[in-house]
Design a protein. Structure first.
Length: 219
């Protein structure tokens, strides 16, 4: 209930189409858990800009704003060490673990963060159940995400992920500035393009390269 109130408060006063609001409502809750309400506000600001421009340029068509709601979130909520910690602490993970772990079995977390890979460690490291305390500490440290104190943020893939967020917002605002019936299809293609960016680490970086190549084609 408290989470629902926080989400409702952030959405109050916005004017989003029904489908765009449905998509955004789910993701606002996730962004609050991922980082804080500030990140959720940043997300909603761009979604609202897209919705307002689309309603003016192509009344009745909401595909562009819905795509922005979906894919801006995808870029904002990149899966870093703090997010991995949050997911391991999620009660839903505990429930699935209880169902799958044999009686008397020992829990091991197998992790391979980029910061260790950068040090030349090529294999995952196994941690026991007590590492859950480290997850709690990591999740509490999410406020450092993207700051100079974010030790994980210096990994190349993390820098790329942050750059993608800034780049996407700029691209969308460029499309918003010239949105019309004639440019709507192009704007939608740009908004949906982050769907190409999948996977983790090296696989993700290769997909980012393909994404940028496609951006050049669409320019």
């Amino acid at each position: 209930p408290e989470e629902s109130k926080r989400v409702g408060k952030l959405l109050r006063g916005l004017h989003l189409p029904a489908e765009t609001e449905r998509i955004a409502r789910i993701r606002v809750a996730e962004l609050i858990a991922y980082q804080n309400a500030g990140l959720a506000k940043q997300y909603l600001a761009l979604v609202q800009e897209a919705a307002t421009a689309e309603a003016r340029a192509v009344p009745g068509d909401t595909r562009f704003s819905a795509a922005v709601a979906r894919y801006y979130y995808k870029l904002l909520a990149y899966k870093d060490e703090y997010e991995v910690a949050r997911l391991y602490l999620d009660p839903r993970f505990d429930a699935s673990l209880a169902a799958d772990l044999p009686e008397g079995g020992t829990l091991r977390y197998h992790l391979h963060p980029p910061v260790l890979r950068a040090l030349g460690m090529k294999r995952k490291i196994a941690f026991g159940p007590r590492f859950r305390n480290a997850f709690r500490l990591l999740y509490a440290m999410r406020r450092l995400r993207g700051t100079k104190l974010d030790i994980f943020g210096y990994a190349h893939v993390r820098k790329v992920e942050r750059e993608l967020i800034t780049e996407y917002a700029a691209l969308i605002r460029d499309e918003i500035a010239r949105l019309s019936p004639a440019t709507h299809a192009h704007a939608l293609a740009i908004a949906e393009l982050p769907d190409m960016i999948r996977g983790y680490e090296e696989i993700k970086l290769k997909n980012v390269q393909a994404y940028h190549e496609k951006l050049v084609e669409l320019a």
